[in-house]
Write a protein that binds this ligand. Structure first.
Ligand SMILES: CC(C)(COP(=O)(O)OP(=O)(O)OC[C@H]1O[C@@H](n2cnc3c(N)ncnc32)[C@H](O)[C@@H]1OP(=O)(O)O)[C@@H](O)C(=O)NCCC(=O)NCCS
Length: 447
């Protein structure tokens, strides 16, 4: 019986993950990780997961760090000023040696392909080159940073050519100058520049932390670019601030999503293929983003839902009722105009999804899906395991998103008491799962 349940859960999960495996196909992701990840006993698992992503047709650029390897080579004689390494001649020698070691280790592991799987005969090709051009940091406040450099540019055409050939591109934290010198660069700076130059859909920044954590140590699942900026002015660790400002600048320059994720075992797959993810996602909100509604949104929502109420698709809500229920609503604006809304009413471990509406001019672009996704994530965070909806004309839309027809007995008693028999809406219920094995969700975080 337990086995059967496991099988069912797996089949459910696979069916729901499949469209997103398809969605990631052909997209470019930049994945950066520090030299610490290379030292970890789970590094081979990480590279195996990267090989798996590549076999799914995701175009991958890996940017690796070498800090602990250089430290080791210098036997603790590293010099840092203002958090920046001074790369003198002995340090540069160690940088070159560390790049060689880490690079070959990654290539070695990728050469194993997807061992122990039916795809073990898949050959994974890697490519590298002089993609990064650098210049010296120079002399600052009298301190010569020697071979510590700054990124000047990245040869996106050459990288794209290698990606088109189906290679995983490996990029070291070093750059070359037109004068023939080598410079040691910061991994995050390289990864950010590459993500922007390639206009990558995602930059996944694997770190030693869980992600961006709040004062209680809890990882913040999602921040818009604007929210991330607000975080920067609050009290947070320097490492967290650096990661955030890199993420914001990448978003501002066209990278749609930056994921700050722990480099622990399995984290990469959990982040990409589960709804809640495991780290922090920072996403662009150039024109519109979904946010909690406030009392100022009542007018916009009334205008948006009025035609739907008149057509009998949505039940009528008075201004007073809306004002009282604003905390249940989320909204989406575009250029100051309200274009979508939805509400979530919790009843213990169930919640009603209601008043889902997208302005007719903006339909068919998956905004409905995005709102549903947002509310499902919010529900899961509040330990809600079932969503239900009452609908007269939108049944198929919900069914196609994992809702199943249910009898009114499935609704909370207090809600059943309010059921309008004249309206005769049909009830649909969706089970929410938070773990990947059980996930029945339709829109994982990775999309
Ligand atoms: C239902 C609604 C929220 C979907 O928003 P959206 O942003 O257009 O949704 P998406 O882009 O994610 O999905 C579009 C798909 O849903 C389908 N769809 C739209 N309305 C539908 C309906 N009433 N029944 C079934 N499918 C529907 C579209 O045909 C399209 O599918 P296709 O691309 O295969 O043709 C939007 O159509 C709407 O506001 N409808 C009026 C209000 C409503 O019915 N709300 C639900 C109240 S219970």
């Amino acid at each position: 019986m337990t086995d059967l349940l496991h099988h069912d859960a797996f089949v459910d999960w696979f069916r729901n993950a499949a469209p997103y495996i398809h969605a990631h196909h052909g997209r470019t992701f930049v994945i950066s990780f520090g030299g610490e990840a290379v030292e970890s006993p789970h590094f081979s698992d990480l590279i195996h997961d990267i090989a798996l992503l590549s076999s799914l047709g995701i175009r991958l650029v890996l940017v690796y760090g070498i800090r602990p390897q250089v430290e080791q080579c210098l036997h603790g004689k590293s010099r840092y000023i203002n958090g920046i390494r001074i790369t003198d001649t002995p340090a540069l020698k160690c940088v070159k040696a560390a790049c060689g070691t880490v690079h070959t280790e990654i290539e070695r592991l990728l050469s194993m392909g997807l061992s122990n799987s039916p795809s073990s005969n898949i050959r994974i090709h890697t490519a590298s080159g002089n993609f990064m051009t650098a210049r010296p940091v120079g002399v600052r406040d009298g301190v010569d940073y020697c071979y510590t450099g700054k990124v000047r540019r990245c040869d996106s055409v050459a990288i794209t050519r290698q990606l088109d050939e189906g290679c995983i591109v490996l990029i070291a934290p070093i750059g070359y100058s037109p004068t023939g010198e080598i410079f040691n660069l910061r991994t995050e700076e390289v990864a950010r520049t590459v993500s922007i130059a390639l206009q990558a859909v995602k930059w996944i920044c694997l770190t030693e932390n869980k992600g961006i954590c709040d004062e209680t140590g809890k990882c913040v699942p999602q921040l818009t670019e604007k929210e991330a900026q607000d975080w920067l002015i609050q009290e947070h660790s320097l490492a967290c601030k650096k990661q955030l400002s890199n993420a914001i600048s990448a978003c501002q320059d066209g990278v749609q999503r930056v994921h700050i994720v722990s480099q622990c075992k399995g984290a990469l797959l959990l982040e990409l293929f589960t709804r809640e993810g495991i780290g922090t996602l920072i996403s662009t909100d150039a024109f519109e983003h979904i946010r909690q509604a406030t009392i100022e949104d009542v007018g916009g929502i009334l205008e948006l839902i009025k035609p739907l109420e008149q057509a009998g698709i949505l039940v009528h809500r008075s201004r007073d009722k809306l004002e009282m229920e604003m905390n249940h609503f989320i909204v989406q604006e575009r250029d100051g105009m309200m274009i979508a809304c939805a509400a979530l009413y919790p009843f213990r471990d169930m919640a009603e999804l209601a008043c889902l509406a997208v302005h007719e001019h903006y339909r068919g672009e998956r905004r409905g899906d995005a709102l549903l996704d947002f509310l499902e994530r919010r529900a899961l965070q509040s330990h809600i395991t079932q969503l239900y909806v009452l609908t007269t004309r939108t049944a198929h839309w919900f069914q196609e998103r994992g809702f199943l027809a249910a009898s009114l007995d499935c609704l909370p008693v207090s809600r059943r008491a309010l059921y309008n028999y004249q309206r005769n809406s049909k009830a649909f219920v969706k089970q929410l799962y938070s773990s990947p094995e059980k996930s029945n969700s339709n829109s994982p975080r990775g999309s």
